[in-house]
Design a protein around this ligand. Structure first.
Ligand code: SAM
Ligand code: SF4
Length: 337
């Protein structure tokens, strides 16, 4: 541990905002490029992107080291599709070796997961979230533009076989599409250690008309769960925004992420850095704060840490999504969902 780390180690208030929320968790976007074209996110595929000018391995190392000194213990790699980085496994290895980082998680669309998941785990990935918006192969293809459901499900089986204790699966709730498929998901998780997380569709700059047509409140799923005997679990401190439900007859769990509900932002525990090195204080902020110029040399660590702390003071209480305000966010692929 170097002197900088020693001098500020131990203080848990280093990454606290003016509301007293703390941030043990950073979501780092590795690229804004994606190979899927999910109808709620990038319906026309990935247009303009900055894949070639994403943060380098050295820049990522400096960034993560600074956040680790500030008390961040978990990094989630996201995108775009993070596994499109050819150095994805090197990134995982390097982050894993940063002092203070305990867990590396990833969120993926599951592209070629059946062939690659073992190498992700070998590199040091601790947690995997994979998006499965429908368990019906035809609906899955209509949503994502790809007939790849089987390779994703096969990849999940391989991950379990290799010893991954649980997987979180994300599905964006869409009216008439998957809110009516709850029973399929419940049957699927009956004997599998899967937390199935339904995320309310969020409006972004690019998906207004889609949002108006398909948004359905998470309460629709909650009511179906309660009717079927599912019970809301007690929330751990620092649990983040998901509310989890369990049932004695099921190994798996259900999580609900309801960004339009009152008090959602009260439990915010995540910061984001884009693949271009901008610190985003909220998914729906007006823009990010450039950190990249402070990632160019190891000598800049002190300045970088001070800048992160300064920017964090600007974090506002919450977003104004319920008023249709989406900030500068055209799609979540742009900043890492
Ligand atoms: N490509 C990866 C994936 O799809 O899992 C990682 C990036 S993606 C932006 C992260 C998560 O955000 C996915 O679970 C995706 O379904 C979700 N997402 C994307 N756009 C969304 C929207 N408008 N509302 C709610 N969730 C969204
Ligand atoms: Fe790509 Fe993920 Fe967006 Fe789908 S949700 S288009 S996989 S970034």
């Amino acid at each position: 541990m170097n002197s900088l780390q020693q001098s500020i180690q131990g203080s848990r208030e280093l990454l606290q905002d003016s509301q007293g929320r703390s941030f043990p968790y950073l979501r780092l976007s590795l690229t804004d490029l994606c190979n899927f074209s999910c109808n709620y996110c990038l319906p026309d595929g990935c247009g303009e992107h900055h894949h070639k000018s994403t943060l380098s391995l050295e820049e990522i190392t400096r960034l993560v080291s600074a956040f680790a000194v500030l008390g961040v213990e978990k990094i989630r790699l996201t995108g775009g599709e993070p596994t499109l980085r050819s150095d994805f496994r090197d990134i995982v290895r390097v982050i894993k070796s940063v002092p203070g980082i305990r867990r590396v998680a990833m969120t993926t669309n599951g592209y070629k997961m059946d062939r690659r998941v073992e190498s992700w785990l070998d590199a040091g990935v601790d947690n995997i979230n994979v998006s499965v918006d429908s368990l019906d192969p035809r609906a899955f293809e209509l949503i994502t533009g790809h007939n790849r459901l089987q390779e994703i499900l096969g990849g999940m089986d391989k991950a379990f076989a290799k010893g991954l204790p649980e997987i979180k699966v994300n599905a964006v709730l869409m009216r008439g599409v998957n809110d009516v498929q709850l029973q399929d998901y419940l049957d699927w998780i009956k004997h599998k250690p899967i937390t199935m997380r339904f995320i309310e569709l969020m409006q972004t700059g690019d998906n207004g008309a889609f949002f108006d047509k398909y948004h359905v409140p998470g309460q629709a799923i909650r009511d179906q769960l309660l009717e079927r005997g599912w019970v809301r679990m007690t929330r751990m401190k620092d649990a983040g925004p998901a509310h989890e439900y369990c049932h004695p007859d099921y190994v798996g769990r259900i999580g609900l992420i309801t960004p339009y509900s009152k008090d959602f932002c009260k439990d915010c525990n995540r910061l984001r850095v884009t693949s271009q090195g901008h610190l985003q204080l909220c998914l729906f902020a007006d823009g990010g704060h450039d950190l990249r110029h402070l990632l160019q040399s190891d000598d800049q660590q002190e300045e970088l840490i001070a800048e992160i702390q300064k920017v964090l003071r600007l974090k506002v209480d919450g977003h104004f999504l319920d008023q249709g305000y989406t900030g500068n966010t055209a799609s979540l692929a742009q900043i890492g969902g």
